[in-house]
Design a protein around this ligand. Sequence first.
Ligand code: URP
Ligand code: ZN
Ligand code: ZN
Length: 465
Amino acid sequence: MAFDKIISGGTVVTPDGEQAVDVGIVGERIAALAPGLADAPEGAEVIDAAGHIVFPGVLDVHVHLELPFCGTVSSDDYRSGTRAAARGGVTTLIDFAIPYGDDTLRDAVDNWHARAEGKALIDYAFHVCINDWARQQAEVAPLIAEGIPTFKEFMIYESEGWMSDDRTLFNTLERMRDLGGMLMVHAESARVLDELIARFHTPDQMKAQGAYLHTLSRPDYTEYEAIQRAITWSEVTGGPLFVVHMSTGRGADLIRDAQQRGVKVLAETCAQYLSLDDSVFEGEDGHLYATCPQVKTKADSERLWQGLKDGEVSNISTDTCTFTREQKAMWGGDFTKIPMGMPGLETLLPVCYTDGVLGGRLSLTELAEKLAGNPARVMGLAPRKGAVAVGADADLSVFHPDAKRAVVPAEMETNCDWNPYEGRQLAGFARTTLSRGEIVVDDYTVTGNEGRGRWLPRKSAGGQE
Ligand code: URP
Ligand code: ZN
Ligand code: ZN
């Protein structure tokens, strides 16, 4: 067979384990996995991966680009966000289309298409957020038919106009059950959170404890109570549920127990909940780390790593929602005014590879399942995405197993002048990234053209092995 490109001499991470094979690419797809393909290249471009890992392109299924939120707009758009993604070995992202004001769900999807059009370097898809069930429910079936089977509801964020109550969650889960969709929830207890924030929101407390109040006001039960409630609605309705950005060990316990009872519930965690802990709020820059839910304790991180290993945590995302120092400075000493979110796309694979694989918590094959195989299956993008396999899109990253690079914001594609992992040395940055057979990162530098990324319609959601 004649190939257009051959990736030769690397350790290829397949769903069946690590294999010493070459990867033959024809057009946009992987056409062969076999040793010695590069011995007779017959005109194919040979990409030397000797001494390197050839990893499936990562899917980050929880991303916010150019998001109006907390009185500002997140600073990574489809240009900088997808360039950052590619440099971190991410070849597919899923963003959340959110209706504002009187927007219909259709308006939200059209607005998000317009954001991505002409800018995206890698492939992308959308989840759609429901924030007014009575008005928007009739749009669910047409959107599923169009290729968007995943919907999100927020159990908090009343002031943003995004919050859904239990009645809405219950109704949506029934609809997901009937139509083959999946409900994603941001699970935090709105009313208890309101009460705790009010207790800490005094001039004296803010002067004394600053951004540390962001974590003090959000104890772990504000997350796991809401997870339990959402699981209950999933259990009684039979509607498939996906808990987004789970940050607590107790949440993982609830997911495991529910799955053992046969509840159709899955959960993701994010890199920041695995690799940061609440000590980040202690320093002068503590406010930079405010995200929602906030990072918890070291014990929570270890429980989440264990949940990934054992299976109750299906995948790792980033919840990328980047805010610069200037934007974060809007807090002015008031912990309730910090724009919540942080950059993540560029460091997802490096952080998870360094702390997960080099840290002895996951094997390389397990990490590939958590960053590519499972998110592709759960979000209805397999078998086209998510695995180094014949017939799949040639979405791949090539990285050195132990050469580390410093995290330096000024050298990154992410549109941000700080980074949560600044100062750390991380392995796993992509030397080469291919998206549908095209080299988009070469020698750690983005080379692909903006606008080449395609929107991916999806037929199903909720699948997992
Ligand atoms: O702080 C965060 N996570 N910002 C993005 C919105 C959300 O809750 O996912
Ligand atoms: Zn959220
Ligand atoms: Zn989010």
